[in-house]
Each structure stands twice: as C-alpha cells, then as structure tokens.
Design a binder for this molecule. Structure first.
Ligand code: SAM
Length: 214
C-alpha cells in the first residue's frame, strides 16, 4: 500500500468531499461558503442594504455569498493576509488583521458608519502544536470581537469561528457580556472531526459598547 503524508491525506479527502464538488459546480471559491449559507438560512443574517465586514476572507467564498445576497445594495469589505481576486461589489484589503496599520485602513473604509454584520472565519496556519495553535486562533477571535463591538450598530450580528478547547468558555462569556444573544453553530459543511465551531452573537449591548469606547 502506498504511504500518504498528511498533505496527501488532505488531497484524498478533498477529492471525496461532496462540498468541494458542490462548490466547484456552483462557481464558489471555497467549500466554506456552505457553512455561511447554512447559518444564514437558519438565522437570516444577510439582507440587501447591509454593511458587512468579512475578516479572513480569502479565497472569497463568504464575500461571494454575501454579495449575491446583497443584490448590489449595501457594502462588503473583505480582509485577508492573502490576496483575493477581485469580486463585484466587494472592497478588498490585503493585510494582517493583527497589524495596527491594517486595522486603521479597515476602520477608515468603515468610516464610522455602523456595521450590520461582522464575519470572522479567520484561522491561523496550524503548526501542529495544539496549545499554541488554539492560543493564536483565540487571539484572532478576541481582536475580531473588539472590532465587532466597536463597529456594529444596534441589532448587529457577529459570526466568528472558534475551536473547542480550554479558552472556549471564557471567550463565550466575553460574547455574552457584549451581546444579548449568543448561539453555537456547527454547520454540516464543517468537518465532524474538526474542533471548529461558530459562535453567533446578536444585538450588541449598548452599555458595553460605550464602556469599551471610554
Ligand atoms: C478558512 S479561511 C477563510 C475562508 C473564507 N471564509 C472563504 O469562504 O473563502 C481562513 C483565512 O483566515 C486568514 N487569516 C488568518 N490569519 C489572519 C490574519 N492575521 N489577518 C488576516 N487574515 C488572516 C487566512 O489567510 C485564511 O485565508
């Protein structure tokens, strides 16, 4: 039997994966689009006219989906470390969300007008050292939360990818302190063996928002 390294196993899995095929057939840039689609169908997140920021947007599946749902009305800003091919009705920023200058560029584009939705599908490149990987992913999730709290308007929503692990409960508590409603979502397209989950937080608590800005 032929030996397979982890990249070989990933390729095998991609070839068999129904969502990879569905994404290719539908002209989507990533299988991740089906995670957002499932959550959106259940929770009705995206509507024409909204202002949306998508953090960790490459290769652009979530932006594509959001753009289709906005039907040309509204704003989407996608940000990633990696380049993203241009998409109609989507403004793109290439840079590290952890970098102050990149955050300033994003905040400039947001122009202090309240957002309706902040999405974060950001995940660091995993090194295989579990605790370090989890810590890096929660660092991204925490900074995404700070951004969401600062920029979401009344009735806004924040959807963020997290990984089950030691920091999960305390991160969920941070969301509960900042939003009226917090729910866990594990869409079908999220691989069952993955520790990945999504937290959906809705209705920012305005007191919290004001305290954060003091
Ligand atoms: C799972 S992918 C996102 C897939 C995307 N939702 C889609 O549908 O195409 C995670 C992304 O997070 C990005 N990322 C990780 N750390 C980041 C950082 N510090 N700043 C910006 N993007 C980051 C990665 O480059 C990667 O493209």
């Amino acid at each position: 039997m032929k030996r397979r390294g982890s990249s070989g196993r990933w390729l095998d899995r991609q070839r068999k994966d129904q969502f990879v095929k569905q994404a290719q057939d539908g002209g989507w840039r990533s299988r991740a689009v089906f995670k957002l689609e499932e959550i959106d169908k259940r929770d009705q997140l995206i509507r024409p006219g909204q202002r949306i920021v998508d953090l960790g947007a490459a290769p652009g599946g979530w932006c594509q989906y959001a753009a289709r749902k906005l039907k040309g009305q509204g704003t989407i800003i996608g940000l990633d470390l990696l380049p993203i091919d241009a998409l109609d009705h989507v403004e793109l920023i290439q840079g590290d969300f952890l970098d102050d200058e990149v955050l300033a560029e994003l905040s400039d584009k947001v122009q202090n007008k309240p957002l309706d939705l902040v999405l974060s599908d950001m995940a660091p490149n995993f090194s295989g050292i579990r605790d370090a990987d989890l810590a890096r992913s929660y660092e991204l999730a925490e900074l995404a939360l700070d951004f969401a709290v600062k920029h979401l308007g009344q009735g806004g929503a924040f959807l963020v990818k997290v990984f089950q692990g030691a920091d999960f409960e305390s991160y969920r508590d941070q969301l509960r302190a900042a939003f009226a409603k917090v729910a866990i979502r594990k869409p079908g397209a999220s691989r069952a063996e993955s520790r990945e989950l999504y937290l959906l937080a809705r209705d920012p608590i305005s007191d919290h928002n004001e305290q954060e800005q003091d």
